[in-house]
Each structure stands twice: as C-alpha cells, then as structure tokens.
Design a protein around this ligand. Sequence first.
Ligand code: IMP
Length: 191
Amino acid sequence: MARPDRVTLVTGNPGKVAELRELLDPLGVAVVPDDRGYPEIQHDELRGVTEAGAGYLLATGLEPPFLLEDAGLFVSALKGFPGVYSRHALDTVGCQGLLDLLRDVEPELRSAAFRADLCYVDEDGTPHHFEGTCKGRIADRAAGNGGFGFDPVFVPDGAQQTFAEMDAAQKNALSHRGDAARAFVQWLSNQ
Ligand code: IMP
C-alpha cells in the first residue's frame, strides 16, 4: 500500500486538526480538514462509533483515504462516565458540571483516562483502527486556556498542569490523540 501524501480529516473540531497536523506534518502527510460530519451512533466502544462513521462517509461518497477520530474522557469514580457520551456531557454540564459531580471525591479517587480511536480508511476503503490512552486525574478546579473540551480539568499522570495549561507539543507528547497518532504514524511508515 502506498503512503498517501495527503489525508482528509473528517472533523468539525479545529483542536483535533491542529493536533493531528503537528503529528503528521513531519511525515510529509498533509492533513486536509473536512467538516461534512457524520452520524455518531450510540455505541459502548469508541471504535464502534468510528467504524459506523467510516461506513457512512464511504457510502455517501467521500473519497478515501481519510481519517476520523472519536475520543472520550472516562472517569473512574463515575464508572467510566462520560466516556462515549463526552461530547454530550461537555455540551450540557461542561467542565464545571464534571467538577460538581466529583466535588466530595478525594484526590486519590479522581483517576480518569482520555481514550481515542483513530480510524484510517485507506485508498481501498478498508478501515484500520489505532487506539490511544492517556491516564491522569480530574483536577479540583479548571485551569488554563489552551486545548479544548475537558482539557482544563484533566491532569495527565506525571504532570502538575492540566492539558489546557500546556502548549500543543506538550499535550501531544502525552495525550491519547498523540498516542493513537503515533501508532498510526508507525504503521504508515511501514507501508
Ligand atoms: P469527539 O466526539 O471525539 O469529538 O469527542 C467527544 C468529546 O470528548 C469532546 O467534545 C470533548 O468533550 C472530549 N474530548 C475528546 N478529546 C479531547 C481532548 O483531547 N481534550 C479534551 N476533551 C476532549
């Protein structure tokens, strides 16, 4: 399989575009954003959401190769919530709502993980999945203006700052999306 020199990234999230560009640019793969959207089906696994999205995009005529990604924040004390419902949780209760849910939860019980499934649909229309995880904890209060989504309340393991207090390179080095993108890059560089 030939390595593409450009890949369409289907997302309406400029934060994801910036992060994946920074990761794929050095490989000579240009990321071209496309915000046409796709139905995010209800599924208990991230890869179920991207797999269905990939099928929809192919069926509706998007020319491969393309990438789509689904991510979520899984909070241990909330038994994995908001997880696959993270977008809805962000749009409704937001970062403050998450902090409120954890108000009386002790620091050692505030563990959480961001997870991402990056789905690459190759030029033949075959999906390939790359998973990434970033373990950490939910902060006591929101901090920082960078990143997007739940970044102001998430502190990755080994760090003292939230993702929103880091620059893009620092976040990418630790993040679930960076982890998934590095697995993709590794695979791509063997193609
Ligand atoms: P999406 O459906 O993959 O766009 O992501 C679902 C939700 O997860 C987003 O609306 C954000 O709330 C959250 N999310 C995903 N990735 C990140 C991230 O890197 N930082 C902060 N929040 C994120």
